[in-house]
Design a protein around this ligand. Structure first.
Ligand code: PLP
Length: 390
């Protein structure tokens, strides 16, 4: 916990209340019913037959978080925390958002319970993600524009923390990834571990054995940690997190791969973890085609899991993610989110190298509806670029 003194008391209160809630059967039952009837759990574990056949190696399963209400895994955490906020008697919910997916999930959960909701969002992101801004407003949330700095996610988190310091008695801060000060990383992980628990049970039923490898994309790290968590004590299962390689991870290229060369230990927004910063500790500018992976720090539990060697981290570039986006759409009839496409890209890379009897599971964290405009614009720009003469 690396926060201003004024936040120590509310964070301790939150940790205490969460510890009570997690062992309270009434809380767990209410959350389970919401996840089932409102969000759409359990999500299917789907065998990607055509992708498997095309790649000619490991059998590929997809965990279909993209089928959840609001289009991604984020609703698992938003519903869990909203029940906690209600339990604590908070009437006002605040959150930060980058691409707008967490803002939409939070506004959805707040609307479901009739709570006031304010979402902080950088003005650059508001422009890029106008559709999600409209969705949040339809859901009754107030979207608060943030103009500081790069006017993206990092600044939106700063602004949300500032609001929380000021209004802490009435307000619950609903943080969107496995990030920030304790107890958020642990709490967010636990609200997402249903992904891994279901995968384990579904694989047992379908295959009667454990997978060889599990792959998930890593922004802050919430979908990955929830997917991996129940498998951490199964050393035979290889776990791989995929970061945003952006333009590439070489010197001078922009990316958001915190574990690649250039990443180092530091403190950002309440937590000590791996991040991208220069020698003076100034946070680097990051880049990814997917807004959800475009952040300079990673959840602290991922830093730990990498340090102890339990989880391996790879990266996929913008170009590889876009290719995977099209491959999955054409091959399986599933348009993935651009974040998710990074995990798919890594699966496409490794599946052909694995024997046919091995099982590989990819967490399909979200669907690509939100990214359609961006892919169109990017490909139009590429098509109109003058061709190089050989
Ligand atoms: C937000 C988002 C991510 C990245 O967040 P994590 O906390 O790393 O899971 C990944 N996939 C989708 C679809 C998202 O919306």
């Amino acid at each position: 916990m690396f926060v201003p003194e004024t936040l120590m008391t509310p964070l301790r209160e939150l940790a205490v209340e969460y510890d009570r809630a997690r062992v309270d059967p009434a809380f767990q039952e209410e959350l389970a019913a919401l996840l089932r009837n409102f969000a759409g759990r359990p999500t299917p574990l789907y065998l990607a037959e055509r992708l498997t056949a095309r790649l000619g190696g490991a059998k590929i399963y997809l965990k279909r978080e993209d089928l959840l209400h609001t289009g991604a895994h984020k609703i698992n955490n938003a519903l869990g925390q909203i029940l906690l906020a209600r339990r604590m008697g908070k009437q006002r919910i605040i959150a930060e958002t980058g691409a707008g997916q967490h803002g939409v999930a939070t506004a959805t959960a707040a609307a479901r319970f009739g709570l006031e909701c304010v979402i902080y969002m950088g003005t650059v992101d508001m422009e890029r993600q106008a559709l999600n801004v409209a969705r949040m407003r339809f859901l009754g949330a107030k979207v608060e524009p943030v103009t500081a700095g790069q006017a993206t996610l990092k600044e939106a988190i700063n602004e949300a923390m500032r609001d929380w310091v000021t209004n802490v008695r009435s307000t619950y801060y609903l943080l969107g990834s496995a990030l920030g000060p304790h107890p958020y990383p642990m709490m967010v992980r636990n609200f997402h571990r249903c992904i891994g628990d279901e995968t384990l049970a579904q694989l047992r039923e379908r295959e009667g054995r454990l997978p060889h490898e599990m792959i998930a994309c890593v922004g802050g790290g919430s979908n990955a940690i929830g997917f991996f968590f129940p498998f951490l004590d199964e050393p035979a299962v290889k776990l791989v997190g995929v970061e945003a390689g952006g333009e590439g991870t070489g010197a001078g290229q922009r990316h958001a791969a915190r574990f690649a060369t250039g990443g180092r230990l530091g403190v950002l927004q309440g937590t000590k973890t791996f991040l991208l910063a220069d020698g003076d500790g100034q946070i680097d500018l990051t880049h990814s085609v997917s807004a959800g992976l475009d952040y300079a720090a990673v959840g602290p539990e991922h830093s730990h899991l990498r340090e102890v060697g339990r989880v391996a981290y790879a990266s996929a570039t913008d170009e590889e993610a876009l290719a995977a986006f099209h491959t999955l759409a054409e091959c399986e009839g599933i348009i993935p989110a651009l974040e998710t496409a990074h995990a798919v890209a890594h699966a496409i890379r490794v599946a052909p190298t694995l024997p046919r009897e091995t099982i590989l599971v990819v967490n399909l964290s979200g669907r690509g509806d939100k990214d359609v405009q961006q892919v169109i614009a990017r490909e139009a720009a590429e098509a109109s670029r003058p061709q190089q003469v050989a």
